[in-house]
Design a protein around this ligand. Structure first.
Ligand SMILES: Cc1cc2nc3c(=O)[nH]c(=O)nc-3n(C[C@H](O)[C@H](O)[C@H](O)COP(=O)(O)OP(=O)(O)OC[C@H]3O[C@@H](n4cnc5c(N)ncnc54)[C@H](O)[C@@H]3O)c2cc1C
Length: 405
């Protein structure tokens, strides 16, 4: 298997510290040696590569920014580079690590009690426990504030009722971070696998993120102890804080998928011969596609790096992260399409990683805030006008009008 040389048009590496490069190169090697040889098969079979979990734990890829419990307390750029390299392998694998780190370990570490932290952070870091994050519901995706899942206090217990959908790692998880409405507002709860009244069943028929498990969670009079609530959660904003962590990582992750597609297309174009014995890379139309890809990847790298530096300085805002997630995942999606074109018929088979990335990126474009929802976040920032709710209009105007001949 050939080694990935990286994509660095503008001496981007010179902007990284030695430690950041070392972290990236370590994960790069892991992806080349352990992920790439098995990932197409996992995608075909529709299974999460759980055999990689122990090695990822050894490499401290779970909760890498936490600086307690023997974890490395990495800076945000190093963390982003981990996400980049993992997603170069597969968006599903990056999703696994994003969920474990940003959506499970982060809320337990930030909003949990000492007892919750002591119980779960070491186990999640070691990969001995797997976590999931349940926010989305069948009827509430972009607008999680409408959620119907409730938590009612009954003596020394909470009673959960409701459903969560599209939950990464749902049926694999030993612990689910579940967001539910209480009479005092939205709170986060830890629900353990096997709790009576709690079920998890997998979503089948996915054409995207096939190397990742996606599940529906059900809660029917599910009783959990009073101390299963994350005590420092005060509202939906805590769930959104978790999403900010994950979306930041996705801004880097998208670059990884884009780089893999670009690199594959470049190598292919230099070797594929058509017309008068020349490689297809000698045609201006093919070069134009490669130039678009490397230009956008390079701009995306600078955007992600600045987000990371702002995050390390405690200055990053959610609307900054929206731009990173929105732009870089869009770039990746476009790169995958262009790479697929360059590969011709070979672009539709899994002998090459491009079609898998192209399909995966449809999920990444939609989850963690859709492309358009992030446009609204940025739009609100620049205009001062929130445009999430459609303007009010009379009921009559909403009715379909007959089309006149
Ligand atoms: C593979 C996968 C894994 C996932 N993992 C998780 C997970 O682990 N945990 C979790 O909680 N969720 C998860 N999700 C759910 C994901 O976050 C949601 O799918 C996402 O928030 C979008 O919600 P929706 O699918 O209900 O789309 P909708 O909200 O119904 O949106 C449908 C379309 O309408 C557009 N739209 C909606 N509102 C507006 C508006 N106001 N203005 C303009 N356009 C609008 C959207 O942009 C989109 O194009 C996952 C999803 C997928 C596909």
């Amino acid at each position: 298997m050939s080694r990935f040389p990286g994509v660095d048009y503008l001496e981007f590496d010179s902007l990284l510290s030695e430690d950041e490069r070392l972290v990236r190169d370590t994960v790069r090697e892991f992806v080349d040696d352990m992920v790439k040889p098995i990932i197409e098969e996992c995608h075909r079979e529709g299974r999460t590569p759980l055999e990689l979990v122990p090695r990822m734990a050894e490499l401290d890829l779970f909760g890498a920014t936490i600086d307690e419990y023997g974890l490395p307390g990495l800076g945000n750029v190093a963390y982003g580079l981990i996400m980049q390299e993992l997603e170069r392998g597969d968006s599903g694998l990056r999703s696994f690590v994003s969920v474990q780190s940003a959506l499970v370990m982060y809320p337990i570490h930030t909003f949990g009690s000492q007892a919750q932290r002591d119980r779960w952070i070491p186990a999640l870091a070691a990969g001995e426990a797997i976590g999931c994050f349940g926010l989305t519901e069948p009827d509430f995706g972009s607008n999680p504030g409408g959620m119907r899942t409730t938590a009612r206090r009954d003596g020394a217990e909470w009673v959960l009722n409701g459903a969560k959908q599209w939950i990464t790692n749902g049926s694999l998880a030993d612990v689910a971070v579940v967001w539910a409405k209480t009479p005092d507002g939205v709170r986060g709860f830890l629900v353990e696998k096997g709790t009576p009244g709690f079920t998890a069943s997998d979503q089948h028929g996915k054409f995207s993120l096939r190397a990742s498990t996606t599940s529906e969670l059900g809660f029917v009079n599910c009783r959990i102890p009073a101390d299963a609530m994350l005590p420092e959660t005060v509202g939906l904003k805590n769930a959104l804080m978790c999403l900010n962590q994950a979306r930041y990582g996705i801004a880097w992750g998208g670059l990884g998928a884009a780089m893999e597609c670009y690199h594959t297309a470049l190598e292919y174009a230099k070797e594929r011969i058509q017309f008068s014995g020349q490689p297809i890379a000698c045609h201006q139309l093919v070069q134009d596609k490669l130039v678009w890809m490397i230009s956008e990847i390079t701009k995306g790298q600078l955007l992600a790096l600045q987000l990371g530096r702002l995050k390390d300085a405690g200055k990053v805002k959610h609307f900054h992260i929206s731009m990173g997630k929105r732009n870089n995942v869009w770039v990746a999606r476009e790169c995958a399409k262009l790479a697929r074109e360059i590969l011709g018929a070979n672009g539709i088979v899994d002998d090459y990683p491009v079609i898998r990335h192209m399909l995966n990126l449809e999920s990444v474009y939609t989850y963690e805030g859709t492309h358009d929802i992030h446009a609204l976040v940025i739009g609100e920032r620049v205009t001062g006008i929130p445009a999430f709710n459609a303007p009010e209009r009379p009921v009559k105007a909403a009715r379909a009008q007959p089309v006149e001949a």
